[in-house]
Ligand binder design. Structure first.
Ligand SMILES: Nc1nc(=O)c2c([nH]1)NC[C@@H]1CN(c3ccc(C(=O)N[C@@H](CCC(=O)O)C(=O)O)cc3)C=[N+]21
Length: 319
């Protein structure tokens, strides 16, 4: 996509009605990217330039928007970005490629874009990424950190959603939160992040008897199921905060393809006190947090480097 088109998209976000109920990701993302840019410049000057590698397997349509924005924002932040595409390959080949990236000191972070084709076991791939290079916190050794209230690196979409809720200023302690969707990369991590912050959390999923009954009790409602307009106004408590994590492609009335979330925004915004637009809500913040996580990974790698090479007197040099 050309720079001009990206800017056009920016105009579209800004031309949303100026309604203070919209919780926009852009301004928060800009703050994070500015901070990442400073960190990245310092690290680069000190000889540790950050580099993020994205791995896409099979058909890339579902992740194209994300990867495009990763590339654009990494460039803004001063993080090198490389996309590796594997149109057709075996799990073994992918694991070998990941091991190569683990062992490459120039590579700071590795992200495996989801979904991957059915014949590739995603968990094996996630476990192949070295935990210190795991910028999404999805390695089995990393995902446990949020259970232990270590929240500085969490799956990006989940972290972005929670960060947008915090923008409301609502006190998370004791807040009634309902999450619709229990995926391992979004719903479940949001539940753990919010439990750590003191919220009372209910998780709904495809076996839940009445999603509406739960949703109507929520002070904050998170939705990540991939069903356009699943959440209607009558499922939302007046005054609630609604965080729409859905990214669905559909053909609009003008015949053009567009992105919509899981919430019927037009009706729900009349009931809710805060609502995240799609696009322009969680998405831009997800990208910013991925870049921030890359810098967290870099500082952990530097700490290991320091611990290994920084203590000369412990080495039995020439002894
Ligand atoms: N391992 C993995 N982690 C993910 O977090 C992950 C993934 N795989 N696979 C795909 C989904 C989708 N996703 C998006 C993130 C940001 C935007 C985004 O930047 N959206 C903007 C731009 C929209 C546009 O440019 O049209 C917006 O909503 O405003 C979109 C989609 C992350 N995902």
């Amino acid at each position: 996509m050309s720079a001009a088109t990206l800017q056009d998209k920016g105009q579209t976000f800004m031309s949303l009605p100026d309604d203070s109920r919209y919780l926009r990701g852009g301004p928060v993302a800009q703050r994070i990217i500015a901070a990442v840019r400073e960190d990245a410049a310092i690290a680069t000057a000190e000889g540790f330039p950050p580099k993020l590698v994205s791995i896409t397997v099979g058909d890339t349509a579902a992740v194209d928007v994300y990867v495009r924005n990763q590339r654009a924002k990494a460039a803004l932040a001063g993080i090198e970005f490389e996309e590796r595409r594997f149109p057709a390959c075996t799990a073994g080949e992918l694991e070998a490629a990941i091991h190569g990236l683990n062992a490459d000191p120039r590579v700071t972070g590795i992200i495996i874009q989801r979904p991957v084709p059915a014949h590739i076991p995603i968990r094996t791939l996630q476990a192949a990424v070295h935990p210190l290079k795991d910028v999404e916190g999805m390695h089995p050794a990393s995902i446990g950190n949020i259970v232990y209230n270590q929240l500085d690196l969490a799956p990006c979409t989940a972290a972005a959603s929670v960060e947008l809720l915090k923008e409301t200023g609502l006190d998370l302690k004791g807040l009634e939160v309902v999450i619709v969707g229990h995926s391992e990369i979004v719903g479940k991590p949001i539940a753990f992040l919010l439990m750590s912050e003191g919220a009372t959390v209910t998780v709904c999923h495809h076996m839940t008897r009445s999603v509406a009954a739960h949703a109507r009790r929520a002070d904050a409602l998170f939705v990540a199921v991939g069903k356009p307009r699943l959440i209607k106004a009558d499922m939302v408590k007046p005054g609630a905060a609604v965080i729409d994590i859905g990214i669905n492609s559909e053909i609009g009335p003008d015949g053009e393809s567009r992105i919509v979330g899981d919430v019927d925004t037009d009706s729900v915004k009349e009931v809710a006190s805060w609502i995240t637009p799609v696009p322009g809500g969680v998405g831009p913040l997800t990208v910013a947090i991925l870049l921030r996580n890359t810098m967290v990974a870099l500082s952990r790698q530097r700490a290991l480097y320091q611990a290994t090479y920084g203590v000369v007197d412990k080495l039995a040099v020439g002894a």
